[in-house]
Ligand binder design. Structure first.
Ligand SMILES: Cc1cc2nc3c(=O)[nH]c(=O)nc-3n(C[C@H](O)[C@H](O)[C@H](O)COP(=O)(O)OP(=O)(O)OC[C@H]3O[C@@H](n4cnc5c(N)ncnc54)[C@H](O)[C@@H]3O)c2cc1C
Length: 402
């Protein structure tokens, strides 16, 4: 295994880092001010739009997509250090058109979409003209086990009629969000993993109802997390993604890269938190010496460095395995890094917040917003406990009958 970045990746790293330093970090506060001034927490800040155009022109765009026809054609291993740089700022992924849930949606549209679906939805997503959402989780059932899903899509002639209630449909409140990919049960009598189907629902379809926005630790972000009601929503059968009953298979295809992208960005976020911790501790004096001279703080810094470097190696290993052996073969490594990266990110953020004292819990640094996001990463795309369950099962199977 050779994890050294290629010359092409090094060049992207340099350009991305320069872009972040010149534009993105400074835009964090501006975006917050613009959203506050608009009075609408879902306002699309002008500065984000401007920087999207600038990043697009600079060719720092769609770097996540390994497909050469549509994306930059980078492998997962090549993309990892670039996603890490983007993970340093909560606003960066959108600026480079590399943000969830659009990335996962673009991937499955590229892989499973018909030519017409790709033209209508994938192309404007790739161009950053529209945004999208993914509607799987339901409030009424334990959705970490998607065989529980209840939302129905019933065939009526050339249409599906969708009825149900979803929540945490992230991004649905984004002013540019136009399309939802909904996972609905098409055949309740089929074997559990063949019951559901992915269906494309344009947000302006009659019966698509945005019920409310769900704050996360009191934050309401730009795209929001929506509770959505599907009230007899009718869409043509041609809006089906893949074959009927293939919803679970497509969800798995979506989650592999989606999970590891979160991990790559978490490493970058943890690096930024450690940088802020060190800078703060170098300047703050308490009880006769700078914080950085105290052994407790040095211990935090050392722990953070060791955790981040170990997590990065796990991410790179998982990415390498996805590239060389395929997503399926890399499932164990993806589950492992999904748990490790989120927890490392949280540990480092917690120390950085602590070192900032009261300031750490305000919006005067990006740490509080980063923490609120990082905490959700232990739940999204499969809670820690579910990943640990499958990691343990695979390990046990190596040695015993299970
Ligand atoms: C910020 C955020 C954004 C999200 N975005 C989206 C999105 O865009 N689209 C979407 O469809 N969903 C989204 N989700 C939903 C997310 O994927 C689900 O919350 C997740 O799958 C867990 O489902 P649940 O909330 O129903 O929890 P449940 O399934 O009810 O599980 C609750 C808890 O039970 C425990 N548990 C479950 N299984 C086991 C087990 N086997 N062993 C031990 N303990 C267990 C875990 O601690 C788990 O956290 C988002 C969630 C958040 C917080």
């Amino acid at each position: 295994m050779d994890f050294a970045p290629s010359p092409k990746v090094r060049e992207f790293q340099d350009r991305l880092t320069a872009f972040m330093e010149e534009y993105v970090y400074a835009a964090e506060a501006v975006a917050q001010e613009q959203i506050a001034a608009s009075g609408n927490p879902h306002h699309h800040a002008q500065i984000i739009q401007e920087l999207k155009q600038r990043a697009h022109t600079a060719g720092l765009w769609n770097l996540f997509l390994p497909d050469q026809a549509y994306g930059a054609g980078l492998t997962n291993l090549e993309y990892a250090p670039l996603a890490e740089i983007m993970g340093r700022s909560p606003i960066a992924p959108e600026i480079f058109n590399c943000s969830a849930p659009d990335t996962g949606n673009m991937e499955i549209l590229a892989e499973f979409g018909t030519a017409a679906q790709r033209r209508q939805w994938l192309e404007p997503l790739l161009a950053g003209e529209i945004r999208s959402c993914f509607s799987m989780t339901e409030p009424a059932v334990a959705s970490s086990d998607p065989t529980n899903l209840q939302t129905r899509a019933v065939r009526d002639g050339d249409e599906y009629v969708i009825t149900g209630r979803k929540w945490f449909t992230s991004n649905a409140f984004h002013p540019n969000c136009r399309i939802a990919i909904v996972m609905a049960v098409t055949d309740p009598d089929a074997p559990p993993h063949q019951r559901a189907t992915m269906i494309l629902v344009p947000l302006d379809t009659p019966g698509f109802e945005l019920v409310r926005t769900l704050p996360v630790f009191h934050y309401i972000g730009e795209g929001g997390h929506a509770e959505v009601r599907y009230n007899d929503v009718r869409v043509p059968v041609t809006n089906r993604l893949g074959t009927e009953g293939s919803g679970f298979a497509i969800a798995q295809a979506r989650l592999g890269p989606g999970r590891i992208h979160h991990c790559m960005r978490s490493i970058g976020g943890a690096e930024r938190a450690l940088e802020l911790l060190c800078k703060r501790a170098a300047n703050r004096v308490a009880f006769g010496s700078r914080l950085i001279e105290k052994q407790t703080i040095q211990n935090w810094i050392a722990e953070s460095r060791m955790q981040i470097d170990a997590a990065r190696l796990l991410v790179l290993h998982a990415a390498w395995k996805m590239d060389t052996l395929g997503k399926r073969e890399a499932r164990q490594e993806i589950s492992m890094i999904k748990v490790v990266a989120a927890n490392v990110y949280l540990d480092v953020l917690d120390r950085a917040i602590q070192a900032h004292g009261a300031m750490g819990v305000t919006n005067d640094t990006p740490l509080a917003l980063m923490w609120s996001h990082a905490r959700t990463l232990r739940i999204v795309d499969g809670p820690d406990e579910v990943h640990k369950m499958v990691i343990a099962r695979r390990e046990i199977r190596r040695w015993t009958q299970f």
